[in-house]
Design a protein around this ligand. Structure first.
Ligand code: KIV
Length: 296
């Protein structure tokens, strides 16, 4: 396995790179990102895929679930992330309602993510029922990521965010969904919230690389939500989340220190202030002196 050390020059990641990594059993890394600054940091840290997930409805916009976010709102974020990403493969989530009506509308909206947002892959949730849509998108030269298992856009149908595929019938359905999407030509397949055994079976069954979240270590790659990774979630997280940093604590400390410095007049200092040029200062003093003399 060859890993590019952090900080070294990198190749552009494409959908072909993902397949090569699967064949070489080299883990694929993916993180969500929703704005220019975080996208730039994620890209520069060497992550393979940046996903502008519709999870931004919750993490960035404070909604209760992902259902209300629109294509235009998603595009606003995809464009910002596009400006921050150079090497990673840019995947954009198609929001709820943008592809469920029919494949024609799905194609029209997916085209916007590519043309206006600069996305290289679009992601849609759902298994067998998305085969027609996936074929239409691939025919239109748009790489597609599938997403099966716990699909957050089905939250109302599932009755909450529940691990999927726990029964034998559930595992068999997952495999049918994965194989159908694979045959339809998905570039990769996100597996969310399923038992690790089921994810490993799916991964062995399909040629498309699988990217897991809450799907155990047997996937070809892993994805986490940026805000979960960094403790920016304001509440309990799912079992599969591992925190790699505490940005909430960093931000709170910095903001409190700033507030205290303003209140105690320690900020800004003289070095943090602009100064008049000497000649302006001299002229100003003369004017002020004249005014004082007139008042006397
Ligand atoms: O929206 C999102 O962040 C996602 C990932 C959790 C896969 O779909």
């Amino acid at each position: 396995m060859s890993l590019t050390p952090i900080g070294e020059p990198r190749q552009k990641i494409t959908v072909a790179t993902l397949r090569e990594k699967k064949q070489r059993h080299e883990p694929i890394t993916c993180l969500t990102s929703y704005d220019f600054a975080s996208a730039r940091l994620v890209d520069e840290a060497g992550i393979d895929m940046v996903l502008v997930g519709d999870s931004l409805a919750m993490t960035m916009l404070g909604h209760e679930n992902t259902l209300s976010i629109t294509v235009d709102e998603m595009l606003h974020h995809v464009k910002a992330v596009r400006r921050g990403v150079k090497h990673a493969l840019l995947v954009a989530d198609m929001p709820y309602g943008s592809y469920q009506v029919d494949a024609q509308e799905g194609l029209r909206n997916a085209t916007r993510f590519v043309k206006e947002g600069g996305a290289e892959v679009v992601k849609v949730e759902g298994g067998e029922k998305r085969v027609d849509l996936v074929r239409r998108l691939v025919e239109a030269e748009i790489p597609v990521a599938g997403h099966i298992g716990l699909t957050p856009q089905s939250v109302n149908l599932m009755g909450g965010y529940k691990v999927q595929g726990k029964s034998l019938a559930g595992v068999e359905q997952l495999i049918r969904d994965a194989v159908a999407l694979d045959r339809a030509g998905v570039a990769c397949l996100y597996l969310e919230g399923i038992p690790r055994e089921a994810a490993a079976l799916v991964t062995a069954e399909v040629s498309a690389p699988t990217i897991g979240i809450g799907a155990g270590p047997g996937c070809d790659g892993q994805v986490l939500v940026f805000h979960d990774l960094l403790n920016l979630t304001f509440g309990p997280t799912a079992k599969f989340v591992r925190r790699y940093g505490d940005v909430a604590a960093e931000i709170t400390n910095a903001v409190q220190a700033y507030r205290a410095d303003v209140l105690s007049r320690k900020f800004p200092s003289d070095a943090e202030s602009y100064h008049l040029p000497k000649e302006t200062q001299g002229a100003l003093e003369t004017v002020l002196e004249r005014k004082r003399a007139m008042r006397r």
